[in-house]
Structure formats: C-alpha cells, structure tokens
Design a protein around this ligand. Structure first.
Ligand SMILES: C[S@@+](CC[C@H](N)C(=O)[O-])C[C@H]1O[C@@H](n2cnc3c(N)ncnc32)[C@H](O)[C@@H]1O
Length: 232
C-alpha cells in the first residue's frame, strides 16, 4: 500500500504542475504585448491630460504567480472555490490582467473588469481580442473551462457602475484612499452572503465582511498584505 501511495504522489503533483505550467504559458503569451511599463505610461499620460490627481488612480499590476498563490490559499486553506461558477470583478482593472488571470485560475461563469481610464480600457480590449484568438487557435491555447468564461470589460466608475452580482471581488487597493474604501464598503452591502473579497494593503472597512485571512505576499513593488474577507 505504502509503495502504491509513494508512486501515485509524484504523478498527482506532476499533473498539477503541468496544469499550472499550461496556465502560466497561456497568460504569458496573452500579456506579452502589454508589459507593466505600457500600463504605467498609458495611465500617467491620461492622468496628466485630464488633470486627475487622486491617489486612487496610481497604477500598478498583479503578477500571475502571486495571484495564483492567492487562489491556492482560497481553495486549499479556506475551502472556497470548490465548484465551477461565480462572477469575478476586478474593481479598477487597468489593462485587464487580473480579469484574464482569474479566468485561468478558476472556472468562473463571468469575469468582469471596470476601469475609469479610457487608455487602460483600450489596452484591456486588445487583450480580449488576443484572448478570443487563443480560443480558436489550433491546437487551442485555452482549456474548455477557460474558454467558456464570459469576459466583460467596462470603461466605467466603480463608485457608480453596477457590480452587485459579484461573488468574488478583487481590488488592487494599495493606493486607494480611505474615502474610496469606505464608498466600496457601502456598495459591497449589495453583495450576497458568502461572496469573497480580496484586497491589497487595505481591508474592506465593514463589519459585514468577516476577515478569513491576512498574509504578506511579495509583489512587484515589494511585500503587501493580502486580505481575504467573506460577506456575512
Ligand atoms: C493599482 S491599479 C490596478 C490595476 C489592475 N487591477 C491590476 O491589479 O493589475 C488601480 C486601478 O484602479 C483604477 N481606478 C481608480 N479609481 C477608479 C474608479 N473610481 N473607477 C474605476 N477605476 C478606478 C485606476 O485607474 C487604476 O487603473
């Protein structure tokens, strides 16, 4: 028995490794046209042109490996995301990278990004065109679960647009002001019990959201605290 278990363990983990490598490759090929420097430049130019000076608009991006670690914590340590489905939102989605990363890391029904700046939204639409091409590539770069997820990118304002159907919200909120976090906390009361909220550096300030986990993770700009909360 022990021998069989010993033999099976590497097989199981190599299948997992292969799946992870396939996702990393798909993500890398998707985003190669838009390194973080592109998002930063597009954001800075538009903020200067429109004289948008709020700290909320500071630009930064996730890394796929860190995002994957967060999804592993949610699945393995918190026992969430065990079934396919759900609606993912990235509030302040930039060039859209977390939207596509989420579609690779879980079999969501929909993955939605809302971004205020038109230039960043345009970059996200370019990634969506590349994503659609990956679905029809021969052989396909995306697996069937990744292909079925509907991707929606909205050029809008997270304080006025609708996102109450979210079951999973992500905010890359390190530079969000306390005022914006309070507004989001107020709006988040529309979400159903059980919904998950992942934020960077700033916890969603609401008693209606139970803190499940807070942990440091290395980001491109240095270590950040990741908060994972669940709607009571
Ligand atoms: C730190 S960046 C994160 C980009 C992306 N989520 C990521 O992690 O790769 C935060 C984004 O939020 C956007 N943002 C800030 N306030 C917003 C608002 N009220 N409505 C929509 N987007 C907003 C900014 O323009 C910026 O692109």
């Amino acid at each position: 028995m022990a021998d069989t278990a010993d033999e099976e363990e590497p097989l199981a983990s190599s299948a997992k490794d292969l799946a992870r490598q396939q996702k990393e490759r798909a993500y890398a090929s998707l985003i190669e046209v838009h390194p973080t420097s592109v998002g930063k430049m597009v954001s800075r130019k538009e903020r200067e042109a429109r004289r948008l000076r709020s700290q909320d608009m500071t630009y930064g991006e996730i890394k796929f490996t860190s995002f994957g670690t967060i999804f592993s914590w949610i699945r393995e340590r918190l026992g969430e995301l065990q079934e396919p489905g759900g609606v993912f939102y990235d509030l302040g989605s930039g060039t859209g990278k977390p939207v596509f990363a989420a579609a690779l890391l879980h079999d969501f029904d929909r993955c939605v990004g809302i971004e205020l700046l038109e230039g960043l939204h345009a970059c996200a639409l370019e990634l969506q065109t590349r994503w659609d091409a990956m679905k029809t590539a021969d052989p396909p770069t995306l697996k069937s679960g990744e292909q079925r997820t509907a991707i929606e990118l909205i050029n809008g304002d997270i304080t006025t647009d609708e996102w109450s159907d979210a079951t999973f919200v992500f905010t890359n909120s390190t530079c969000f002001t306390s005022q914006l976090m309070r507004e989001l906390a107020e709006l988040s009361l529309e979400l159903k019990p059980g919904a998950l909220w992942v934020s960077f550096t700033r916890e969603l300030p609401s008693e209606e959201w139970e803190l499940l986990l807070s942990e440091q993770l290395a980001m491109s700009w240095g270590p950040a605290t990741i908060y994972i909360q669940r709607r009571r």
